[in-house]
Design a protein around this ligand. Structure first.
Ligand code: SAH
Length: 345
């Protein structure tokens, strides 16, 4: 018989699952799970008999460190193995305000963006809420730190695993759990418009990041297949709705690819399209992924692009590149581990 995934349960679900236990006992179990124990034997204030009963019925999802790389700038990249052997990546970054972790939401990805290493490996499965929690917990445990910020920007498309991601958000922000507030969480999407409307209804205070990467359909159709399902205008309409409903500013990711989306006209068009929105543009020099042929735009181009955006009334910054010496961008490490050539240099 397959064991039940206990760490994905909310306190209410756990109480319903263990009706014979007193409430305080269930709360103890929940809080152990969210402190990141990997076995029931670590729950030292619970009787041996109860621990044995739990171990017989339930499984604790774990993220086992298979590989760890530390960059010169302190960024750490983890390659984690899930209980069933699947491999995923997370990146731990240190900022002035604390630690931030970029976690994966799926094993692989279905979106197939032309510049992304994750898409090249195909899609294997969704991650469970417990497996998203485990990435945060294991990094905390390994480095003996407390993580204050989470970005859902690793492998996978979070809105393509909508229910599990929402459950994860509920669990990770729970006051009896890790208690990481929504304002400390960002979710990045390539633009699943129907789900952006669903998410707007929840009125969560998280930061929504949109991977836009192109100012128009002509370019976006070429690099991001999702654009053929929902085009730029439909996406931006959903974003305006999201901003209105939640009162939150939206962040747009724009990976600059030399000769593809980085000329002056692209910058002007982008500024025009975002005009009137409470938005911020994050420019990212594209990370080289071999067999795409894409190259990053040079510094002069980045500066010129920003100045045009600013003149057009758009706030923009170039994202600090962290961990470039450890293949920190998503999909690069697991691809390499499995024998694919996910990186260059
Ligand atoms: N699927 C989600 C989140 C995962 S991708 C999304 O699309 O937003 C995380 C971010 O990395 C996205 O903005 C994605 O477009 C970007 N990205 C992927 N490959 C990249 C590369 N080679 N260089 C720079 N950014 C890349």
């Amino acid at each position: 018989m397959e064991k039940i995934d206990i760490k994905s349960m909310t306190p209410e679900e756990l109480r319903a699952e263990l009706p014979d236990l007193p409430k305080f006992r269930v709360k103890q179990i929940f809080s152990w799970l969210h402190r990141g124990v990997v076995s029931f034997d670590e729950m030292t204030d619970i009787s041996k008999e109860l621990r044995a009963m739990l171990a017989a019925r339930y499984e604790i999802a774990c993220a086992q460190i298979i590989l760890k790389r530390v960059s010169k700038d302190g960024t750490i990249k983890y390659l984690f193995q899930m209980n069933d052997g699947e491999l995923i990546e997370s990146v731990l970054m240190k900022y002035a305000h604390g630690y931030s972790i970029c976690i994966s939401t799926q094993v692989g990805c279905k979106m197939n963006c032309s510049f992304c290493a994750t898409g090249k490996s195909g899609f294997s499965r969704d991650l469970l809420p417990s497996e998203m929690l485990s990435q945060v917990q294991e990094a905390q445990r390994d480095e003996n730190i407390r993580i204050s910020n989470i970005v859902l920007m690793g492998m996978g498309e979070p809105l393509d695993n909508y229910d599990n991601v929402l459950k994860f958000l509920e669990l990770v922000s729970h006051s009896d759990g890790m208690n990481i507030g929504m304002r400390h969480i960002s979710l990045s999407t390539c633009g699943l418009v129907d789900r952006i409307y669903d998410l707007a209804e929840k009125k969560l205070q998280l930061t929504l990041s949109i991977s836009l990467h192109a100012p128009n359909d002509e370019i976006r159709n070429r690099t991001m297949p999702v654009n053929r399902r929902w085009n730029v205008e439909q996406l931006l309409t959903a974003c305006r709705h999201y901003s209105r409903e939640t009162g939150r500013r939206i962040s747009f990711e724009y990976a600059m690819i030399s000769g593809i989306n980085d000329n002056d006209q692209c910058a002007r068009e982008l500024a025009l399209r975002l005009h009137g929105m409470t938005a911020h543009v994050n420019l990212i020099p594209i990370n080289d992924v071999t067999d795409t042929g894409y190259k990053k735009s040079d510094i002069a181009r980045q500066k010129r692009f920003i100045s045009i955006l600013e003149r057009g009334g758009c706030t923009a910054t170039v994202r600090r590149t962290l961990g470039s010496d450890i293949e920190a961008s998503c999909g690069q490490l697991s691809r390499k581990h499995k024998g694919g050539n996910g990186y260059e240099g």
